[in-house]
Every structure is written in structure tokens, then in C-alpha cells.
Design a protein around this ligand. Sequence first.
Ligand code: 5AD
Ligand code: FES
Length: 355
Amino acid sequence: MYATLLNAEERILQGHRLSLADFSELLEQRTPERQKRLADHAVLLRKQYYGTDIFVRGLIEFSNYCKNNCLYCGIRRDARQVDRYRLSEEEILSCCRSGYELGYRTFVLQSGEDVIYTPDRMERLIRLIHETYPDCAITLSVGEYSREVYARWREVGATRYLLRHETADPAHYRRIHPPEMSFDNRMRCLRDLKELGYQVGCGMMVGSPFQTAKTLAEDLLFIQDFRPHMVGIGPFIPAQGTPFSGERAGTLDMTLYLLSIIRLIHPTVLLPATTALGTIDPRGREKGILSGANVIMPNLSPVSVREKYKLYDNKICTGEEAAECKNCLSARMESIGYHVVVSRGDYCGTENQHD
Ligand code: 5AD
Ligand code: FES
């Protein structure tokens, strides 16, 4: 009732659907008071669904080869200084084993778009991990493929897929990607993944070059409509060897504000406090949780390759063993009154629940 008479802040706090103009207003008029109010409400809402539980996902960065050339990304094809590596199936399984022993029940397999890990080879790998660890969720984050390939991977045991949409504004998309990449295909992938029954994560960087309040408002509108199971956001951080190496990084405050807004428009969403957030501020991940996030993704990759999977400069956690990362994160979460839980941490909303 009278919803249109309320301002955007009241509308989001009362759980109304927001328009593009509402999102733009929230983004253009960010005051510390408003940010605090939204964060407090986001935390309250998150606690209703997830209490003080924080889910962990063990991240395995298994290859930094990439056939793509995204202008922002530190492992793009043309970044010549990158020391390329590719873990073998045995090495990946050994990461899973250490993760399993640490209690992790979700593995995230992430890589660049590596043509040597073909769809067939991925299929065998997923099947192997699924047979070895049937009680674990397998999340893929390996980029754009056909619907048919996604369907095969789903059949052999993958249940979640992370593919950031990067920006919901086609013109902005074209400015941060090379001409051969397509916004429409990105969106097609996300739709296919959802229809195939994956728990799907989209997301965008905060403060990427050419991003405006308008493009961010479009991202929020997209999230509100698409209702992904997960949303990965983190600040853009310039990366050496990329066309954007001299650009400014996104800010901590804007990222935290967006985490709160995303929690408010999609209360059950799984929302990670990302490594990029921990990179721009020493307590970034804690602050992310206190703004509405509820997932952390400690690194399970072998320490010998960590330094090489650098999407951006100064990435944290490159020297720590898996167990050290786990202890560090548990302590960080306890310090703010939250607890790491080692269950699969499935999505608890009602969007296409297939398993
Ligand atoms: N800064 C921050 N995030 C980045 N990503 C890629 N490059 C950067 C960067 N320079 C993000 C993209 C990608 C995800 C895996 O990492 O959003 O989808
Ligand atoms: Fe990796 Fe702290 S989370 S060392």
C-alpha cells in the first residue's frame, strides 16, 4: 500500500520490489547513516535464515591458462608475464583430500578457460571427484560452454556453477571485454545453467572501469529478477599486464554497501565475502560478513601455485597452507561472533531445488 510514496530506502527496508530509479537513488545518495541502516537490516535478515553460521567453500584454482582476454583480468591470454600452470587430476584430487580432512564439503573448481581441460576431460574429473566424495558439493567456475556441455557435467555430479555476469549493461560489457566476447552468450550461459538445475552464482566487480551508478543499478535489477542462488561481488583491483593496470581500484565502502543491498533484495542468497575484499582491506572479509555476507572461500590450491593465480595485484593468502587458511578464517569469524560450519551449505530458498 502507498508503496510508491515511500523513498527507495524505505522501500528496500520493507521488502518491496525496487525499480531501476530506486536502485540509482540508493547508489547515488549513499550516506554513512543510510549505509549503516541498510547494513544493520541486512545482518538481521541474514540471521533470520542463517543464524551466525558462515559456510566455507574450498577453492581449488587448478589452471591459470585462459583463452580469453578480458581487459581487467590478470590471467588474460595476452598477460605475458604470467607463469602458467595446470594441476593434474591427481593433484586436484589431492587438494580435495586435504580439504575433506579439514572438514570442507564443498569444492570449487576454478580456472581460466583452459582448452587443455576439454569438456570430456572435465567430465571424467567431475565424475571421479563425485565418486570419491559423494557427500560433497562440486561447484564449477570454468567459464562459458554450451548448454549440452553444462548438462553433461551436471549429470556426472556438478551441482553448482559460478559465472559472474560482470555487468548487466551490454554497452559496459563491450568496454571491458574484447570484441570476440559476447554479453548475450554470457546471459545465455546463466539461463541454461539455471534451467539445468544448477545452483547458480552470478556477480560483478565493484568499481570496474566505466562502471556508473546506472550500470550498477542495472546489475541490481538483474539480480533481483534473475534470483541467482549465489552472488559473488568484490572490488575491482588493477592487475599488472592488463590494459586496466593503471586504473583505480573499487572501494571497500561501496562493496560493503552493495553486499547489504543484495542481502536486502534477496534475503536467502549465498553471499561470499571475497578474497578481493580481503585484499583491499585487512579486515575486509569480516566487514563483509557484518554487512550481510555469509560465505567464505578459503584457498585449497597447493601453495606452490597460489602466487600464479593472480586475477589482480597483491592477492592475499598466497603463502598459507590450506590448514592455515582455515584456522585464520575461523579465528576471524569467531572474533566477530560468527561460526564457520563445515556442512555443504546448500541454498535454503525455493528457487529450482533439484537436490
Ligand atoms: N579485480 C577484481 N576481480 C577480478 N576478476 C577478474 N579480474 C579481476 C580484477 N582485476 C573477477 C571477475 C571474474 C572473477 C573470477 O574474478 O569478476 O569473474
Ligand atoms: Fe588465508 Fe587468512 S584466510 S591466510
